[in-house]
Design a protein around this ligand. Structure first.
Ligand code: DGP
Length: 114
């Protein structure tokens, strides 16, 4: 069994509120939501962070962003807008080292981030 929390969600050994999935990507609601909509979009294959992606991952990256778009649309954010965030590494505030995009919306999101 994997030691990575998000790999375990992919395997189904940790429960999650799954919003969408396809062959390569999985979307599930964040356990500590920071906005009315807060969904995480991950690759099913383990990749630790954006920094670990390479040229061979172009199609996967496109698929991940299209899944973010699909989640945002299905959650009713298409007109109001939303934010996609990929915290990367220590200074980026990444706490789970399985690549994920946060899809946040349902309220006005301040800028710049802290
Ligand atoms: P980051 O700090 O960018 O690495 O974001 C990790 C996010 O993952 C954080 O918002 C909380 C969420 N999270 C951590 N563990 C779990 C879990 O077991 N289930 C779910 N649904 N979300 C989790």
């Amino acid at each position: 069994m994997s030691t990575c929390i998000f790999c375990r969600i992919v395997e189904g050994s940790i429960p999650a509120k799954v919003v969408y999935q396809d062959e390569d990507t999985l979307a599930f609601d964040d356990i500590t939501p920071q906005a009315p909509v807060h969904t995480l979009v991950i690759p099913k294959r383990h990749v630790a962070a954006v920094q670990d992606l390479g040229e061979a991952d172009q199609a996967l990256l496109g698929r991940l962003l299209l899944t973010c778009r699909k989640v945002a649309t299905e959650k009713g954010l298409a007109d109001s807008g939303y934010r996609i965030v990929a915290n990367t590494g220590r200074d980026g505030g990444q706490s789970v080292f399985h690549l994920h995009f946060h899809v946040l919306g349902g309220r006005h999101l301040a800028w710049p981030p802290g």
